[in-house]
Design a protein. Structure first.
Ligand SMILES: *Cc1c(COP(=O)(O)O)cnc(C)c1O
Length: 493
């Protein structure tokens, strides 16, 4: 067993190992009503035959347990988080403050419209802002993530073609795409045709023309794409699709590179999803709540999910009058408190601030890319947008994989960037600094990356076994997945 794992298990006991019969972590005052045992009021099949096996510890023990665990966490609030494709920017605390206002956080989804006019107005105005940013006609705020937005957008396409009496069932997706793109398309009942990116890292027009036919419902692309490169032929791409009667879908996860600079609508996109948790700052990761609104150009709004939010004079209302709606997409109105955060953020930065976000995100990514050029291979050697991809093939010759480099970065105090995505670059590492990092932080990161490149040359063994400074070192990830033992803790008791 690795020395670090051993050290860890000796110094810190699991909460189950700390448990001692009879210890209590709470004290409640005496009941002033008669105590009733659950067996008396609940149906038999709902009552446990023996108590749940919970650890029994005192209040300070449980508090220390959780605080110590929280100190092992790495977050945007503790350090640089250059996770490409995820836009892990700083999340201003005012967003949290606004979303925790009781008028929002305790609002019941079934209160009558007259009693939630503020919440309705917020949704109404957020939709307007998203449409103005993207150049779309209308938007639904319901989907709870980018992936669900893709599903929603694809179902809108299906409704559109059905309406026209067409049976188009194929979606074209470039090989650089995020895995959710083909997954969502397939889930919506479409077949996926993959097209190869060209040597410049973009979608090639001739390849596209060959792939398109009368069965093509749409092209789904990310722009800037997942290599961090702008699809410079986007206008021609839009013409090819529209001349074929097909639609153009934008995976808007990379909107952080476009805010205030250009609009997807102007580029010819018909449908676009937003990742509010990325572009507009909500803490995300580990499956936390997000929001993936979907905007559509004029003419497609009649297929949007219900309800939309309308305004009649001075009164906001839920609008179910959407003639060809694909139906409801989420319980009630989506992840409302994420909408509150995005709305707060957009009001805070304002119009001019939006443009600065993208300008600085692009500048920061280029700064890091150009600083690392001498040390790592840059497969597509041109200016990038808000993120870039490097390749560890040079280091691989020394038998240092990009996984090892990522692990070693943790010893230098950084969250590792995305690795092995996109799939079309071997030993890929995808770095996205976002606009919220200072020059000093980026310089420290660059120094760490340089130091690791030098270590990989001179002491590859050292990089191969990193990290050394964390509470645990390498885990056997394959074993953990293949021999999952969920009863470990209860057996130990
Ligand atoms: C994050 C991301 C998605 C998926 O979005 P979720 O909100 O995580 O579901 C899709 N495409 C790209 C390019 C992304 O970066």
């Amino acid at each position: 067993m690795n020395e670090n794992i051993e050290k860890n298990s000796v110094s810190e006991k699991l909460i189950f190992e700390q448990s001692k019969k009879g210890k209590r972590g709470y004290s409640l005052s005496k009941l002033d009503v008669p105590e009733i045992s659950p067996a008396k009021i609940l149906p038999k099949h709902l009552v446990r035959s023996e108590p749940a096996r919970l650890p029994e510890v005192s209040e300070p023990e449980i508090v220390r347990h959780y605080v110590n665990l929280s100190k092992k966490n790495y977050s945007v609030d503790t350090g640089f988080y250059p996770l490409g494709s995820c836009t892990m920017k700083y999340n201003p605390k005012i967003n949290e403050k606004m979303s925790s206002l009781a008028g929002f956080s305790l609002l019941h989804p079934l209160v009558p419209e007259e009693q939630c006019q503020g919440a309705l107005r917020l949704m109404f105005e957020l939709e307007k802002m998203l449409c103005s940013i993207s150049g779309m006609g209308r938007a639904t705020l319901q989907p709870s993530a980018g992936a669900q937005g893709e599903l929603c957008g694809t179902l809108i396409m299906r409704a559109y073609f059905k309406d026209r009496g067409e049976e188009r069932k194929e979606i074209i997706i470039p090989d650089s795409a995020h895995g959710t793109n083909p997954a969502s398309a397939a889930l919506a009942g479409m077949t996926v045709k993959t097209v190869k990116s060209c040597a410049r890292g973009e979608l090639d027009l001739d390849t596209l023309k060959q792939a398109v036919n009368k069965n093509t419902a749409a092209l789904m692309i990310t722009n800037p794409n997942t290599l961090g490169l702008f699809e410079s032929k986007v206008l021609e791409i839009a013409s090819v699709m529209h001349e074929n009667g097909s639609l153009l879908y934008l995976d808007g996860a990379n909107l952080n590179a476009m805010l205030g600079l250009m609009k997807p609508g102007d580029m010819g996109f018909d449908i676009v999803h937003f990742n509010l948790h990325k572009s507009f700052s909500t803490p995300h990761g580990c499956g936390g709540p997000g929001a993936g609104p979907v905007g559509v150009r004029k003419g497609l709004e009649k297929y949007l999910p219900v309800p939309l939010v309308g305004l009649d004079g001075e009164r906001y209302y839920f609008d179910y009058n959407v003639p060809k709606t694909i139906g409801s997409f989420h319980a009630f109105y989506g992840n409302f408190l994420v909408l509150v955060r995005a709305y707060t953020y957009l009001l805070t930065v304002g119009n001019s601030g939006l443009r600065e976000i993208s300008e600085n995100a692009i500048l920061n990514a280029n700064y890091i890319m150009h600083s690392l050029k001498k040390y790592y291979d840059i497969p597509y050697d041109r200016d990038c947008m808000h993120e870039f991809v490097l390749s560890g093939i040079r280091q691989k010759k020394k038998e240092v994989r990009v996984l090892d480099i990522a692990k070693r970065l943790m010893d230098y105090g950084f969250h590792p960037p995305t690795i092995y995505f996109p799939l079309i670059v071997s030993e890929s590492m995808m770095i996205e600094p976002t606009e919220t990092e200072s020059l000093e932080t980026m310089d420290k990161f660059i120094e760490a990356m340089k130091a690791i490149a030098i270590e990989s040359e001179n002491a590859p063994e050292k990089v191969r076994h990193a990290p050394y400074t964390l509470s645990i070192s390498r885990l056997d990830e394959v074993k953990a997945a293949k021999e999952l033992d969920i009863n470990y803790f209860s057996r130990k008791q």
